[in-house]
Design a protein around this ligand. Structure first.
Ligand code: COA
Length: 245
């Protein structure tokens, strides 16, 4: 076997083949959501899955300016960097607490066979946060509600979505706080019900949010202030003054 082996794509006899299909056959015939399934799961989605994947992509593409990834990307764009450097910087600001919690919950749902109550109590005992729950502005994430509504009507809402909702109620019961199943958590449950591996999970946020980041970077180029910095009143110095050598 060659050192670099792939089952994803090849250019052969003048044709590009993607997961077995000729690229020219796919173009104009399948949606971007179907392409996501073909690339990340090696198979085309059912019509219901296609609608849910499309809804996931739309729900994650953009939210607001004041999130870490957009602030990072726009700051980088404001100091004379290129589109690709600014987008890369925004993507690097995604992490376990912002846009990157999908993987954590998808892994729990795919590997942890414990009951919801046991999962919550062991995270609490270890003083860890359960990925996919809680939100800075929402006590109920409307994106979760909408995605689950679509999934139910398309027959995609399955046992992993139910388990994620059980974890949400257990978390409230055991911590006394409403920590909602957020959009990352909802996506984790949905992709698990559709058979995607947890290793693909964060791509369901990174791919669409790259589009939102791109729009912000272009807006920054066209109408932003050069060299973005925090205002003086937003920064507090708590170190020492007047030290002598
Ligand atoms: C998203 C998040 C950063 C929002 O945080 P926040 O609203 O600013 O809340 P705080 O960080 O102030 O936490 C408030 C309390 O809730 C707890 N908490 C918050 N999210 C929790 C979670 N997912 N699991 C368990 N406890 C959680 C905190 O430990 C804290 O407890 P304390 O008051 O006893 O110290 C937070 O909920 C979180 O870390 N979630 C997990 C990661 C995640 O899903 N990110 C994707 C967001 S779309």
């Amino acid at each position: 076997m060659a050192e670099w082996n792939t089952k994803i794509s090849v250019h052969k006899d003048g044709k590009s083949i993607i997961r077995g299909y000729e690229l020219e056959e796919l173009v104009g015939k399948i949606s971007f959501a179907s392409m996501v399934s073909l690339l990340l799961k090696s198979s085309l989605p059912t019509p219901g899955e296609e609608k849910v994947i499309n809804a996931i992509l739309v729900s994650s593409a953009e939210h607001r300016l004041n999130v870490s990834s957009i602030v990072a990307a726009r700051s980088i764009a404001s100091t004379g960097n290129s589109l690709n450097a600014s987008i890369a910087g925004g993507v690097l600001a995604l992490g376990e607490l912002h846009g990157g919690a999908i993987e954590g919950l998808a892994r729990i749902l795919q590997e942890n066979t414990e009951e919801a109550s046991e999962i919550v109590s062991s995270y609490k005992a270890n003083k860890k946060r359960i990925p996919g729950f809680g939100h800075k502005v929402y006590s109920t994430d409307p994106r979760t509600q909408k995605l689950f509504e679509i999934a139910k009507s398309e027959g995609v809402f399955g046992k992993n979505c139910e388990k994620a909702l059980k974890i949400e109620s257990e978390l409230e019961k055991q911590s006394g706080k409403k920590l909602c199943l957020n959009v990352d958590g909802a996506i984790a449950a949905l992709i698990t019900d559709m058979g995607f591996s947890w290793r693909t999970a964060n791509a369901f946020f990174i791919v669409p949010r790259t589009l939102g980041i791109s729009a912000h970077v272009v807006e920054e180029f066209e109408s932003g202030k050069p060299v973005r910095v925090l205002r003086e009143e937003e920064v507090e110095y708590s170190g020492e003054l007047n030290k002598k050598l």
